[in-house]
Design a protein around this ligand. Sequence first.
Ligand SMILES: N[C@@H](CCC(=O)N[C@@H](CS)C(=O)NCC(=O)O)C(=O)O
Length: 225
Amino acid sequence: MDLRLHYAPDNASLCVRLALEEARLPYQTVLVDRAARGQKHPSYLAINPNGLIPTLETPQGSIFETGAILLWISENSDGLMPGPGTEGRAAALKWLFWLANTLHPAERVLFYPDQFIDAHHEDLRARTRTRIGAALSVLDAAPDAPWLDGRASILGCYLAPMLRWAAIYGGATDWYDLGQWPRLKTFAEVFEARASVARVALAEGLGPTPFSKPILPNPPEGSAL
Ligand SMILES: N[C@@H](CCC(=O)N[C@@H](CS)C(=O)NCC(=O)O)C(=O)O
């Protein structure tokens, strides 16, 4: 299968790269030059008119939206998501959409407040940190999220980078302590020990503890912002 992942280091494409590695699907990477705003170039807009990273080119066409790409990968590999009609499917779908529709958009507000409001950016970010903290508490207490044990899953591939980004791109440093969410902390530690994560961390310069104790990336090519 011919797959091409349009990516920038430590961008939302990280979630997709983790899933591709975990699925052992062969793929090529195409670096999007964020410093040159490559995500807004007409050639990129032709495959993703939203001008956002990631995009995955597949034999069935280009896919955008991280959650949709992850779901597609799970449907083209084994074991990353309970299949339709099987036990755990309903809860897994619920958390996939929660990650895509609740947690990810809140993080986008935190990282790009200027895309949402012209002034009062710090007020917006402060309120958003509170929202993200509350959302993480909901997940930490979830009775139906067995994937938090750090097993291979597209849900883990989506969550782990979002824990990382909140820690290093969230602005104020005093609000985020992963220890507040004991299950999420254990998830981050177990998940980052996976061989797939080590391969991705090397490729994108994420350091040795990319999810439990992240540091700013030092990628071999491209830039995160
Ligand atoms: N809803 C999109 C969001 C993707 C997204 O926020 N991508 C960021 C990188 S992490 C981006 O492309 N930012 C560049 C920009 O806003 O121009 C998805 O799930 O794929």
